[in-house]
Design a binder for this molecule. Structure first.
Ligand code: EPZ
Length: 418
């Protein structure tokens, strides 16, 4: 397995270009299953999960190419089964349920296992698709969905504003008979990007970005060209990198609006963040950073995907801060590892109390999930001495060229084999 070796204590200075969004690209690429013409995507990040998604599209019958950030997907004769070997490596594969049911009236997808951060059920996806006429059986760990003829539009109230559930239903409803209304829909920017992609293919969707989305089903969707939005979580991670190393970073293609909750919190901590021409500048505001309280919430609240990263920054703040994780039941796997570097964090259920320390000490640490890995890299960049972040295959799922981007702004970071 591979690891990153980081010599900490060097302020990061320079420009970083934010890559395309992993969490927008995954559903948008799978949405090509609902499209009966060739699609060209640009600004696609070169990530493990993207390559896994392209392999899944190949298995499902599409032709795909991926070169220099551009992906083409050409529809072929679709087959309805997403195999366990692949789904177990990427739970977002469950997002092929909606488009396959819409196109083939059948889908057989391995039930995505849980992961380090939680059980990750898909009950809300299935309940909503059943309201559109699908029926599901569980067969040897596979969800087997079928529908008699075309899915029917329905009025759907989500118990929770599930991102994946909203995305699956957008793709299913785009080709359903009649109107579908999603109430308590997810408002995340990546959901909006998916809806905008579907509209570019001819879907009739309104209300994306609000909690009530209306979809008028159409007969078919045609191919188009589409640019994936920038990755707000990658961008937020680099904003934290500037602050934690007491440097100054200029981020290109940084989505300010989509990062409003994160930027507000970082400013509250004493981080200067301003748009200047075509970049967003981030640095400390002249002093140290101080602890604040954070509660993760569905968009537009503070994103759970930035919780581990802001915790790393808070470890080196003056004073204390409380972080409450309301989205996932087990998203504090980074706490033990940060503590091994000298952080003072106490856990009480879904709440972490972080008491700032003057410095962290580099150590060998273990990544457990994508955003926990990012938080350990941030801590390593600021720590005294050398930090080894092991099992960085987690990191490669969501951060394009992370060591090259960090090296380019002064970090001493190398990838090595265990
Ligand atoms: C998406 O996951 C993201 N993944 C996650 O990012 C992100 O953390 C999450 O949304 C929340 O913003 C992708 O977009 C590929 P949910 P998703 O459905 O769709 C419960 C990262 O680091 N729930 O909104 O799985 C669920 O257990 C990843 O990039 C049900 O109970 O999120 C969780 O507690 C991690 N039943 C909560 O809702 C369901 O049917 C949020 O899940 C669906 C969800």
């Amino acid at each position: 397995m591979e690891k990153l070796i980081i010599e900490g204590g060097r302020p990061l200075e320079g420009r970083i270009r934010v890559s395309g969004s992993k969490n927008a690209a995954l559903p948008i690429l799978l949405a090509s299953l609902a499209v009966d013409g060739p699609v060209t995507y640009t600004n696609v990040p070169n990530l493990r999960d993207i390559n896994t998604t392209l392999r899944l599209l190949d298995i499902l019958g599409c032709g795909t190419t991926f070169e220099n950030g551009t992906v083409t997907v050409t529809p072929g004769t679709l087959v309805p089964e997403a195999p366990y070997e692949l789904v177990k490596t990427m739970r977002a594969s469950v997002l092929c349920l909606g488009p396959l049911l819409a196109r083939l009236c059948e889908a057989r997808v391995s039930l995505p296992g849980g992961c380090a951060i939680g059980s990750r059920p898909v009950d809300l996806h299935l309940k909503a698709l059943e309201k559109m006429g699908a029926t599901f059986d569980l067969e040897q760990g596979y969800i087997h969905g079928t529908c008699d003829g075309r899915l029917r539009g329905a009025h759907i109230q989500f118990d929770f504003p599930t991102v994946g559930g909203t995305e699956n239903l957008l793709m299913a409803a785009a080709l359903a008979e009649g109107e579908t209304v999603l109430v308590n829909a997810a408002r995340e920017p990546e959901v909006v990007d998916l809806a905008n992609f579907l509209c570019a293919c001819g879907a009739k969707i309104t209300g994306q970005g609000t909690s009530i989305i209306t979809i008028e089903g159409v007969e078919r969707l045609s191919g188009c060209e589409y640019r994936i939005m920038p990755d707000r979580i990658e961008a937020g991670t680099y904003l934290c990198a500037a602050a934690i190393t007491d440097g100054e970073l200029l981020l290109e293609d940084c989505p300010m609006f989509e990062l409003e909750a994160v930027i507000a919190k970082l400013r509250e901590m004493g981080v200067y963040i301003e748009e200047k021409g075509d970049v967003v500048v981030a640095r400390r505001n002249g002093g140290g950073v101080h602890g604040v309280d954070v509660v993760t919430l569905p968009f537009p609240g503070f994103p759970t995907d930035m919780q581990a990263q802001i915790m790393a920054l808070m470890c080196l703040s003056q004073g204390s801060g409380m972080i409450k994780e309301t989205i996932f039941e087990n998203r504090f796997m980074h706490v033990q590892e940060l503590s091994r570097m000298g952080a003072h964090i106490t856990l009480d259920g879904r709440t972490a109390m972080v008491r700032g320390v003057d410095s962290l000490i580099g150590a060998p640490v273990m990544a457990s999930d994508l955003r926990a890995s990012a938080s350990l890299v941030l801590a390593g960049l600021a720590a005294k001495g050398s930090t080894e972040v092991q099992r960085i295959y987690h990191l490669d799922r969501g951060y394009e060229n992370i060591e090259h981007k960090l090296e380019g702004v002064g970090a001493r970071i190398t990838r090595a084999r265990d």
